[in-house]
Design a protein around this ligand. Structure first.
Ligand SMILES: Cc1ncc(C[n+]2csc(CCOP(=O)(O)OP(=O)(O)O)c2C)c(N)n1
Length: 568
């Protein structure tokens, strides 16, 4: 016999999940009891966040690194509502999460029980609240339903479009004795199906045969297929650009790379898309939202477009495409390459394409002797000095803009796991802080660098202490400009009022030290040059770099202003 909560943990173990991120409380105590038992025998264990949104960000970071579902939990009532921002972020970024919340026991619902939140006449309704930011949200109202609801939820977290799913489990259901071990082979059920629309692949091949010059747009859904996608680009001599959330899948020095197309992207990418000789655009694995379509740019969204994706919702964004190819991206490209090679037919008139430098804005701002230190130089040096297996997470605010434009890995090794991670669409401040903790737990061997702002740190910085407790090598690089910088620059560029953007000057080095985390203040390029980054990246624990950047430097955020309608 085991508790129902033990069965939940048994399923997590079956699919290789090692951590449940959350904050305990009365409404979820049986789950924590089960986690304690599991931890003692080396199974999945709890990681206690300082705020539930931090727990959801950690689960997000864990899922992106492992490819498995990230799991977070909270007690009923406020614990659950605290989770919502992090869960909504995962929903908008298509990250699979299992979210477990507690409830008072069933017989107490509707009677004004403490933190009751099942919408039973009294109390709020967290099941309903999660419905709009998950792919499945349900109350488990009987222990007999738990197993099928759990398996059903976990399947929905992965297919057809990944995202969070939520189960709210009342205390008595969590505690119910269960006489079973897992009945389903969940690991097998979660194996991704590979159906491919064969007729569409044939049509794609025909398009390629007719095309004279092709540009590929590589999106965030391309991770597991990046090798075959680049194989096609090289085979047909097509240049490629990446969306901001896919920059981390490619080498910035690939000869066919033309930069980032979208928010904070590169002029060379826009030029590649605008090239009048291009008669075919392959957009692969992208939702084509504001940030990753360059504000629904006409040079991309026109009849030259073929959109290839596993997700139907993404394909709905491109009604103007001449062809939609639906299917698991890896399977589509493997089938396509196979067809092309089997027939030995001409794929594309070979075009003499020479590698070109990605054009960055303001290259002169990457100077080594600047004081105060320029964000452009900071990005260049982080990319140059961090090892090839580093995972960078760039937070909402100027960090994401600077990183997308200026951060490049010097020593890129092909990988299906992105070296740069960002959050698109929902974009909450502080995502990278919790995300970095989850990433480091998922892969303790790889150094993790979180690039964030002082505003984000003041909002979510408490999660750094989790990295300390867990002895994780995470470098928190704080762009300290005593302001909500992106908003400040946005207001300035728009000629709006300068309002609500000042932050108090904070010494994050002292703050870190008060938490037991070593910190360094970086004021000049020279301070950065003098830093023993190798030692910091080997330190088994977090480090804070409080970087007093040049606050007057304007981040590459023009697209945002254009879409807000405030561009001058
Ligand atoms: C939770 C949340 N609140 C507000 C915003 C709106 N917003 C976007 S960027 C930004 C400023 C971020 O400031 P900071 O973290 O200091 O980074 P900086 O831009 O100064 O580098 C704000 C307030 C947001 N994206 N998320």
């Amino acid at each position: 016999m085991m508790d129902a909560a033990d069965l939940v943990i048994a399923y997590l173990e079956q699919i290789g999940v090692e951590y449940v991120f959350g904050v305990p409380g009365g409404g979820i105590e049986p789950l924590y009891n089960a986690l304690a038992r599991s931890a003692r025998r080396g199974g999945p264990r709890p990681v206690v966040a300082r705020h539930e949104t931090g727990a959801a960000f950690m689960a997000d970071g864990y899922a992106r690194e492992t490819g498995r579902v990230g799991v977070c939990c909270a007690t009923s009532g406020p614990g659950s509502t605290n989770l919502i921002t992090g869960v909504a972020c995962a929903y908008e970024n298509e990250i699979p999460l299992l979210v477990i919340s507690g409830q008072p026991s069933l017989h107490l619902l509707g009677r004004g029980a403490m933190q009751e939140s099942a919408g039973s006449g009294t109390g709020i309704d967290t099941v309903a609240m999660f419905r709009s930011c998950t792919r499945y949200s349900a109350l488990v109202s009987h222990s007999d339903q738990l197993e099928s609801q759990l398996v059903s939820a976990l399947l929905s977290a992965h297919q057809p479009t990944p995202g969070p799913v939520h189960l709210s489990i009342p205390l008595d259901v969590q505690r119910s004795p269960m006489a079973c071990t897992p009945a389903y082979d969940l690991a097998r059920l979660l194996l991704p199906p590979s159906p491919v629309d064969d007729a569409a692949v044939q049509a794609l091949r025909a398009q390629l045969e007719r095309a004279h010059r092709v540009v590929m747009l590589i999106g965030s859904g391309c991770g597991e297929a990046i090798d075959v996608i680049l194989d096609l680009a090289e085979t047909i001599g097509a240049v490629f650009v990446v969306t901001p959330d896919a920059k981390g899948f490619v080498s910035p020095r690939h000869p066919l790379y033309r930069g980032v197309f979208g928010f904070a992207g590169h002029q060379s990418a826009v030029a590649a898309m605008n090239d009048a000789h291009v008669d075919l655009i392959l957009a692969v694995g992208s939702c084509l939202g504001e940030f990753n379509s360059n504000g629904w740019c006409q040079s991309l969204l026109n009849s030259r477009l073929v959109h290839i994706d596993a997700c139907e919702a993404h394909l709905l964004r491109s009604p103007m495409a001449r062809l939609h190819v639906r299917g698991r991206i890896r399977a589509v490209f493997e089938r396509l390459l196979d067809l092309m090679r089997r027939d030995g037919g001409r794929a594309l008139a070979a075009t003499a394409l020479k590698p070109v430098e990605t054009l960055v804005a303001d290259p002169d701002k990457r100077v080594p002797d600047a004081a105060p230190i320029k964000p452009q130089y900071l990005m260049r040096e982080l990319g140059r000095r961090c090892p090839s297996d580093t995972r960078f997470l760039a937070d909402t605010g100027n960090s994401i803009a600077w990183a997308i434009h200026h951060l490049d890995l010097h020593d890129y090794r092909p990988s299906t796991r992105a070296w740069l991670r960002v959050t698109m669409n929902f974009a909450p401040m502080g995502w990278a802080i919790g995300g970095a903790v989850g990433t480091a737990l998922a892969n303790p061997a790889a150094p993790v660098v979180c690039i964030t702002g002082d505003g984000s740190l003041l909002m979510n910085g408490q999660e750094m202490t989790v990295a300390l407790t867990e002895k994780l090598t995470v470098v928190f690089v704080i762009l300290n400009d005593a302001a909500l910088g992106m908003v400040k620059h946005g207001q300035r560029l728009a000629g709006a009022e300068q309002v609500g953007v000042e932050l108090p000057p904070v010494d994050f080095c002292l703050l870190a030290e008060s938490m037991g985390i070593p910190g360094h203040v970086i004021r000049t390029a020279g301070d950065l040059d003098g830093l023993d980054l190798d030692a910091i990246l080997r330190h088994p624990g977090p480090t804070v770099l409080d970087v007093r950047i040049d606050k007057e430097e304007v981040p590459p955020m023009g697209l945002r202003l254009k879409i807000l309608g405030t561009a001058k």
